[in-house]
Design a protein around this ligand. Structure first.
Ligand code: 3Y8
Ligand code: NAP
Length: 249
């Protein structure tokens, strides 16, 4: 009997969970426990780290996992690396489900940097009004550029104030809308949007809003994929579940 473990936290993971539930295919969706109340799912959910690669291996064995789908966010590189290692060690078929990176369209004013540190360095210079659409985990890195007026957006209200002297915090979770993000950028007079190349639709609104308003975007490239077999759609996952030819590596 199949039992799919979905490493979740994205729109794609939720879409897959819905389709597997509709078809009565046993699945468990896994969250890291990063936010207070993760989105309810139509399949059983587990919340929290596994305890490294070995912890994931133990989980796979103890719960009779027959297939592993890494549907984590493209920037969740550690989890994806652990999924590949644990799948190989336990001979569990592995598939990565993710979205294509965004590519600039006409009217876009993107500057692309390889990682968060490069984005911080690129913010050297006179004060500007900057939207950091990066969530909570990397905000402290930007304390190296305290001169700016930052607009922050977190999923949950933080336990302590972010260490940026001049910031405004919005607590909201995606998926976001173009009208909502256009209004937000206008209301705060944002002059630059900093974001990760997450891809997908849930975080895309701010890019369309920036294009509408003629604002520049500092786009952080995603880390390299792990090399595991990678698909972009739920249909391809179903196809793979019918016959996972190999370990998906
Ligand atoms: C806990 C679980 C679904 C998934 C929805 C997607 C879309 C909406 C847009 C902005 C960008 C950001 C952030 C974002 C989006 C989706 C998706 C996505 C970006 C939830 C969720 C969890 C998280 C974790 C959270 C991070 C943060 C990143 C906010 C659920 C709501 C910025 C990524 O406070 C924290 O510690 C938050 C941490 C990792 C990045 C960061 O560094 O802060 N996501 N987001 C997952 C877990 O515990 O395993 O409740 O749905 C999921 C979603 N957030 O099923 O509909 O598919 O990406 N998430 C980014 O893109 O840069 C917001 O503000 O414009
Ligand atoms: P990460 O840095 O790649 O992983 C760090 C550790 O968090 C992992 O080693 C693992 O702990 C645990 N972990 C991560 N994802 C997990 C999951 N789905 N289930 C169980 N444990 C998980 O991960 P991250 O970037 O913090 O992302 C955490 C979660 O937020 C993921 O579900 C991801 O899909 C989601 N998310 C992240 C972003 C982002 O910008 N990074 C954006 C949207 C959603 P152990 O080593 O203890 O197993």
């Amino acid at each position: 009997m199949a039992h799919i473990l979905i490493l979740g936290g994205t729109t794609e993971a939720s879409a897959l969970a819905n389709v597997l539930a509709e078809r009565g295919i046993p699945a468990t969706l896994s969250y890291a426990g990063r936010v207070a109340s993760p989105k309810p799912q139509p399949v059983p959910v587990r919340i929290g780290g596994f305890g490294g690669i070995e912890g994931l291996e133990r989980y796979i064995g103890a719960h009779g996992i027959t297939h592993l789908v890494d549907a984590t966010h493209p920037f969740a590189a550690t989890m994806s690396g652990h999924a590949l290692a644990a799948a190989q060690a336990t001979y569990t078929p592995l598939l990565t489900l993710t979205r294509r990176p965004w590519a600039p369209e006409s009217g876009d004013r993107w500057q692309t940097v390889p990682d968060i540190a490069a984005a911080v360095a690129r913010l050297a210079g006179p004060p500007r009004r900057v939207m950091l659409a990066l969530g909570r985990m990397h905000v402290e890195d930007f304390a190296a550029q305290p001169q700016h007026r930052y607009l922050l957006r977190f999923v949950d209200a933080p336990a302590q104030r972010p260490a940026l002297p001049d910031h405004h915090l919005v607590v909201d979770r995606g998926p976001f809308t173009v009208d909502g993000d256009t209004q937000l950028l206008r209301d705060h007079g944002v002059e630059l949007v900093v974001c990760k190349n997450a891809g997908g639709t849930g975080a895309q609104a701010k890019l369309v809003a920036a294009r509408r308003l003629g604002l520049p975007v500092l786009m952080i490239d995603r880390p390299p994929p792990t090399g595991a077999r990678l698909v972009h759609g739920v249909g391809e996952v179903l196809e793979w579940l019918r016959h996972p030819a190999d370990l998906g590596v």
